[in-house]
Write a protein that binds this ligand. Structure first.
Ligand code: ATP
Ligand code: MG
Length: 282
């Protein structure tokens, strides 16, 4: 991996290395960070997809983005770790501040940013390598391990945090593709956790899973909220009601309403939100 040794990057590498040590010492610090979105506009070529979004995403909460298909939920969540940088025609104006610093500032390395702001996708996407190597992959790239013991400990801790350890501890060398869909999704969560993110983004993480696996992923998100900033995109109203701290309703690239759960489900102030909740807005 190419890394230019600016102060900022060195600082981040040190921070990551320190966190790995903290995990090994069993005294892992809480690492959640807030995100401020300031008057954010996003375009794909001439298509104006997000229109002046301003929003505070608070640490140690689950912020849920909801709204009809095509309203911009995935675009908004992908902006938060610069997943859209390579999309042809993508441009943005406004600010996205992680812990007070704009993630689009030219001093920020997008690769390191993705370790601070991890992402779990709709379709589980493990690498076709062993379960163990999937989890160790990110930390190895970032040279976070000083010994085999550190690597073993980090793999175990990450799998434990993703509620998968008990199911895979005797088959760590097996190919990850041999896991069930729900297990693969938890492996992807473990892989994200292994590099010690501050924020975890979930874009419809359970929509391809059976009800049992969905329940496990939901439990896990609630557990992760204790230490991380969590953002969730979901179409599933019941799921949002079960896990959300705060809900943001989007419609055609605008925020129509946002507020604390569960109140927002019981008493939406916007007619559009009410229609969406009743399933009358598609
Ligand atoms: N890579 C891209 N290039 C061009 N336009 C895109 C791209 N990705 C999304 N769009 C457009 O941006 C708009 C918002 O899409 P986005 O995927 O953010 O919606 P969404 O709310 O996540 O929808 P869904 O619920 O169906 O996942 C849509 O009109 C979509 O066609
Ligand atoms: Mg989407």
């Amino acid at each position: 991996m190419r890394l230019s040794l600016t102060q900022e990057k060195l600082g981040q590498e040190e921070r990551l290395a320190t966190e790995v040590q903290q995990v090994q010492g069993g005294t892992e610090a809480s690492t959640s960070a807030g995100i401020s979105i300031r008057d954010l506009n996003v375009y794909y070529r001439n298509h104006h997809v997000l229109k002046g979004i301003s929003l505070e995403i608070e640490p140690k909460k689950i912020t849920v983005f909801m709204g009809p298909s095509g309203c911009g939920k995935s675009t908004l969540v992908r902006v938060l770790n610069r997943m859209n940088d390579e999309v042809a025609g993508f441009k943005h104006t406004g600010g996205v501040l992680l812990d007070g610093k704009d993630i689009y500032d030219k001093s920020v390395d997008p690769v390191l940013l993705k370790t601070r702001v991890g992402m779990v996708f709709q379709k589980p996407n493990p690498f076709p390598i062993s379960i163990y190597d999937n989890v160790a992959f990110g930390p190895k790239i970032h040279k976070l391990y000083k010994s085999k013991q550190e690597m073993d400990d980090n793999v175990m801790t990450s799998l434990q945090k993703a509620a998968l350890w008990e199911e895979v501890k005797d088959r760590l060398k097996e190919n990850a593709m041999s896991l069930s869909g729900g297990q693969q999704q938890r492996l992807c969560i473990a892989r994200t956790l292994a590099v010690h993110p501050e924020v975890i983004l979930f874009d419809e993480p359970a929509s391809a899973l059976d009800p049992g696996s969905t329940a496990k992923v939901e439990e896990l998100m609630v557990e992760l909220k204790r230490n991380y900033t969590v953002v969730l995109v979901t179409h599933n109203m019941q799921q949002a009601a079960r896990v959300a701290s705060k809900v943001v309703f989007l419609y055609k690239g605008d925020i129509v309403e946002m507020g604390e759960a569960p109140g927002i489900f019981e008493k939406p102030t916007s007619e559009l939100t009410e229609k969406y909740i009743r399933g009358q807005l598609v």
